[in-house]
Write a protein that binds this ligand. Sequence first.
Ligand code: ATP
Ligand code: MG
Length: 484
Amino acid sequence: MKVYSQYLEHPIFGIVSDAAAELGVRCFTIGGFVRDCFLGRPCNDIDIVVEGSGIELATVVSRRVKANLAVYRNFGTAMFKYKGMEIEFVGARKESYHRESRNPVVEDGTLEEDQCRRDFTINAMAFSLQREDYGALVDPFGGMSDLKNGIIRTPLDPDTTYSDDPLRMIRAVRFATQLGFRIVPESLESIKRNVGRLDILSRERIADELAKILLSKTPSTGFYLLEQTGLLEKFLPQLSALKGVETQDGKGHKENFSHTLKVLDNVAAMELEMGRESNLWLRWAALLHDVGKPATKKFDQKAGWSFHAHDFIGARMVPQIFKQLKMPLNEKMKYVQKLVGLHLRPIALVDDIVTDSAVRRLLFDAGDDIDDLMILCNADITSKRDNVVRRHKENYKLVKEKLVEVEAKDAIRNFKNPIDGELVMKHFGIPPCNAIGQIKEYVKEAILDGRIENNFDQAFVLMEEKGAELGLRPVSLSEDDARS
Ligand code: ATP
Ligand code: MG
């Protein structure tokens, strides 16, 4: 039996070990922590499984280290934070499942029984915390060898494991993506057979796993697997719909599924290269940027294939996609929607000549998200033809330089109209009415068009001009008039 006490240096393990000995129960650290020790991955949570009451052991230990204990009676678990770690305790259990739900009937069990209900062999390994064999590896399913060979495999027959809790199918894909591992063929086949079981899953849990796939270094791996197994079709059919190439008169269009995944990988690579923190919502935007293409696809004998307005249609599809995955319809959703809607704008700028006013309008529409939009736009350049890529990259650079130049001059990014409603009302002595909106719009348009600079004095002159056109007179003037 191999002993790995070097991985149990965190002071909590000794304290847990002593407390368990005093209570006369056996306990182990299990799952992600053990796996990540061997992989040398950082890990901030420790799971402790107890042959007995997890809550009781957690209570004793948390008192000793003076930590605040959170108890979840319904799940039989308890958790506290200590010296940078989240430590969760659970009683070892044996489970059986109903077909209608992923909530199991739970009974007390042994470590071995508990390991059987784990998702993968690499997640089922445990280190003993008993004094007599402290740090001994308990690995009944060959998790260590699967870890070395980069293999995702279920401890039991995959049909049992996946059917009992279908979330495990998506977790398999997630771990394969995060770790660069291979799902064994019998597991892949089993996933294909059990795709229908996904219906009992809550969409939130799917979205959580999707987020982890999206935030991986090469997210495309996960989406190819999801597609290939038939899982994707179940919860994101709008993305599966991007698959395939149609041919007419010998002309085919771009394969939009692989293009999308390439763009997603590009965004991930660029974030890394730029030393930026991974932005989940930028990755969602990359994943969905072309989702409007199937609905807008057309063939014209002269012009060939087109996806006219797919940016606009795609943006309109975003809320529904968020809704079907039970993701919040908040400012993150609006951000994704905005980037999808604007993703063609930077490159389109070059097709006309880059005028300052077009650049100002882009800055105005993108606001603070302009840098993210430019990353997406750069990532979107994926042609197989080198000269096309080169031309687009040059154009992209041109737009980028122009953006910096115009922003330095006109500060449009966080555009705030120099003229506000208060001022208009006071100046013309009028109550709230739609003339105010018209005047402000007039000033804004003049600034974006470059007819005036973005400053108060020039804006003030235009306010007076537009007011006069609308038959308004400044308050002070009308008083003068009255006197004469
Ligand atoms: P990460 O923390 O990166 O998500 P993890 O493997 O630690 O990875 P957790 O969700 O924290 O995943 O779960 C901890 C452990 O609990 C896993 O290693 C696994 O042993 C077990 N586990 C979690 N979810 C399931 C599940 N749906 N089915 C079976 N076992 C699971
Ligand atoms: Mg974990």
